[in-house]
Design a protein around this ligand. Sequence first.
Ligand code: 0O2
Length: 224
Amino acid sequence: MISMTERHKKLPISNLDEHPYLASQRPFIELMMKYNCALREVSTKFEVLDDEFSVRYNRNPVESIKTRIKSPHSIVDKLKRKGYEFTIDNIRDHISDVAGARIICSFPEDIYMLADMFMRQDDVTVVEIKDYIKNPKPSGYRSYHLIIDIPVFLTESTENMRVEVQFRTIAMDFWASLEHKLKYKKDIDSPDAEEIALQLKECSERIAKIDLEMQEIRKRIDME
Ligand code: 0O2
């Protein structure tokens, strides 16, 4: 019988080879470990920027930072949707959001400022920019997405890992989280579907206006 303490011990990765099944999973476990390290680096970069802002300008443009690694199930699904087999190379080459970081900002202008500072950093290579704030999705989804490569320094090599960074205001995040829940909770296949979609889009437009109004208020307060 395995005691609680033993069961909760971290499995040393070197032991993987002792178990044929686990040994076969090793490349996947290693890949996820590298994505996880890349996410920690990205997260630290935004913490640093926010700390400096706090000391210099007495304000925090970063409200919160969330990170996640895509679940194996979602990885399999996404590869299938794109017509690829589940292999390490296909994951690396065809999925850009295995590692995802979400930077929630106070105001829309903070998004562009932080994204710009981040992109100018020497070790960040920008692969793609998707500006769903200037060009919202038909659903009403607003966010600024960056696909980047960042080096992870390992024991014997350095590997560039791909990360998707999503920037949103608190308001955009509020909309996206609720819309995601509403959409995925139920298959909206009812005759109301079109009307619901329109209503969600209108909510997104109102939220965007509020974001700009709050930004104006901040500017007025700053000038006083
Ligand atoms: P999750 O659970 O958030 O990870 P690509 O990744 O480039 O092959 P894709 O998936 O079309 O193609 O990229 P896109 O649309 O630029 O960005 C995908 C991510 O943006 C989604 O990830 C969501 O997080 C978010 N997103 C995009 N459109 C919407 C939308 O209409 N509503 C909401 N709530 N979120 C959206 P995943 O993998 O779908 O999900």
